[in-house]
Design a protein around this ligand. Structure first.
Ligand SMILES: NC(=O)C1=CN([C@@H]2O[C@H](COP(=O)(O)OP(=O)(O)OC[C@H]3O[C@@H](n4cnc5c(N)ncnc54)[C@H](OP(=O)(O)O)[C@@H]3O)[C@@H](O)[C@H]2O)C=CC1
Ligand SMILES: O=C(O)C(=O)Cc1c[nH]c2ccccc12
Length: 254
């Protein structure tokens, strides 16, 4: 098979991949990995590649970095894990950021990180397909109207990118409003209303608290036994204590 491609040797941060893509409809050969997703994982990979001088192309379907954090999270979101355990490679959080960063602080950190490493994702590029051509030994990545060819393809689309609504019998007959946590923003929108929160993970617990703080009448559906731990024990992060314990004792005991 004869294939006409555009080959770009190196993107030095001047967006040369972007220009090549816009100039013609031929597949564009990327002499390094294609990364989908400009969230924390994609940015971390990109920074490590930049450190080693490896060219790459990053495709992002939204028009900003950290889009899940920006668009799909509630206002009061704040990490429960200390900032040292949530930092990305080669750049710590600034000292003025508190031990448990807020949503706004985390988003600012992601933006500063992308800027620091001169990571320039191609925005509004949704990947429709990625097919590995075993004969040629490369991936064919289709995004909007463009096709990219690369030897390495990195999926960093987020652990919570797709909302999952359980199939609850009779739910279609429910006359009230029904939302997934990814669309919940603020308890103030529910003042004085009766709300049932289904699920008792971090989202369910925090949203219940936010609703209570805003004078909603809240019920929380919990389907199984669960462990509730404080964020800190004796001034130490519970997460750090647990990871430390996991290293010392078998997981059944810790
Ligand atoms: N402040 C923060 O840093 C926050 C962090 N997060 C993180 O985001 C990720 C996702 O968190 P979250 O959105 O809470 O999701 P999780 O998967 O952690 O929790 C979902 C909960 O919903 C329960 N559940 C699922 N289906 C049903 C059902 N049909 N009936 C009753 N209960 C049900 C699950 O129960 P079961 O266990 O039985 O399956 C589970 O307890 C986690 O990694 C979390 O740590 C989220 C929010 C805030
Ligand atoms: O700080 C916490 O409690 C966390 O759960 C951190 C975390 C792990 N995976 C996530 C996905 C979305 C938001 C926060 C987290």
């Amino acid at each position: 098979m004869e294939m006409h491609t555009t080959t770009i040797q190196e993107d030095k941060g001047d967006g040369i991949f972007h220009k090549a893509m816009n100039s013609e409809s031929k597949p564009v050969w990327i002499p390094g990995p294609v990364i989908i997703g400009a969230g924390p994982s994609g940015l971390a990979v990109a920074a490590c590649l930049k450190e080693r001088g490896v060219p790459f192309l990053m495709l992002e379907k939204e028009s900003c970095v950290g889009s899940l954090w920006r668009l799909k999270t509630y206002n009061r979101l704040q990490l429960h894990l200390p900032k040292e355990t949530c930092k990305l490679p080669h750049m710590p959080f600034p000292p003025e950021i508190p031990a448990y960063p807020t949503k706004k602080q985390f988003i600012s950190y992601l933006e500063a990180y992308a800027k620091h490493f001169a990571i320039e994702p191609m925005f509004r590029q949704e990947v429709q397909s990625a097919i590995y051509d075993a004969r040629m030994g490369f991936w064919r990545v289709q995004a909007n109207e463009s096709e990219f060819l690369c030897r390495w393809f990195i999926v960093a689309t987020g652990e919570n990118a797709e909302p999952v609504l359980p199939d609850i019998e009779g739910i279609s007959d429910f006359k009230g409003s029904l939302i997934h946590t990814s669309r919940y923003k603020d308890g103030a929108d529910f003042e004085g209303q009766k709300v049932l929160v289904v699920g008792c993970g971090n989202s369910g617990m925090e949203i219940s608290l936010d609703l209570c703080n805003n004078d909603a009448q809240v019920s929380l559906a919990v389907r199984d036994k669960l462990h509730i731990l404080p964020r800190e024990i004796l001034g130490r992060s519970t997460f750090c204590i647990s990871t430390w314990l996991l290293k010392l004792v078998p997981s059944k005991i810790s």
